[in-house]
Design a binder for this molecule. Sequence first.
Ligand code: SAH
Length: 221
Amino acid sequence: MRTPDFDQKRKRMVEEQLAPRRIHDPRVLRAMQTVPRHRFVPPDLQERAYADCPLPIGEHQTISQPYIVALMTELLTLKGTEKVLEIGTGSGYQAAILGKLAQEVHTVERHASLAKRAEDVLRELGCENVHVHHADGSSGLPEHAPYEGVIVTAAAPEVPKILLDQLADGGVLVIPVGGYYGQTLQRWERIGESFTYDDIAPVAFVPLRGQMGWGDGEWGI
Ligand code: SAH
C-alpha cells in the first residue's frame, strides 16, 4: 500500500542523505527511491524508517543506515544481469534493493525468525528474484556460485577466502572487516585468479557469526 507520507520521507531520504554524499549511480538512487524501507522495520519504528541511522530489527540485529545500504550497493556496480549473494539478510531490505538492480539475488540469514519475516515481506512486495536461505552464510552458498557480486552485511574478522573463491571472474565482494569497535568497508575484485582490494570507509556493523566469522557469544551479543 502506498502512503503519501512515506513516499515523501523516502524522497527526502534520497535528496538529503544519498545524493549529496557519494551516491551517483542513477539506478541505485532509483532503487532507494522505490523500495518501501518502512515495510522492513518493526511496526513501532516505521515512522523512523527513513532517518539517517540504523534501526533495531530484533535478535540484537539492525537494518543498516540508508546511506550505507546505498554505498555498498553502488560499490557492486550492478548492470542488471548479475547473480548476487548477500550474507546477512536481516530485515531483507538490502536484498530487496539488490533485487531491483541484479537478475537474481540469494540472501542467507542465520536467525530463523529474521529469515522468515524477510521472506514474508519480500513475497508481499513481489520481489520474485530474491531467494532467502536460512543457514550459516559465512562460508557462502556454493550451490549457486559463481556470483558476479557478493555483499556481506555483518563484520568479519578477516575476508573469508571461501567467499572470494565463489566470485565469478570480474566479480566484486563488498565486506566490512575488523573488530568490535569498528571496521573498514572493503571492495574486493577478482581478475582471473588474482584478487585486489580497496579500503572504502570506516563503518560499524554487527558481527558475522558462524564457521568463518566470530564465535557465538564473542562480543557479548
Ligand atoms: N542486510 C540487512 C542487515 C544485516 S544485519 C538488512 O538489510 O536489514 C546483519 C545480519 O547478519 C543479521 O541479521 C545477522 O543475524 C546476520 N548474520 C550474522 N552472521 C551470519 C552468518 N554467519 N550467516 C548468515 N547470517 C548472518
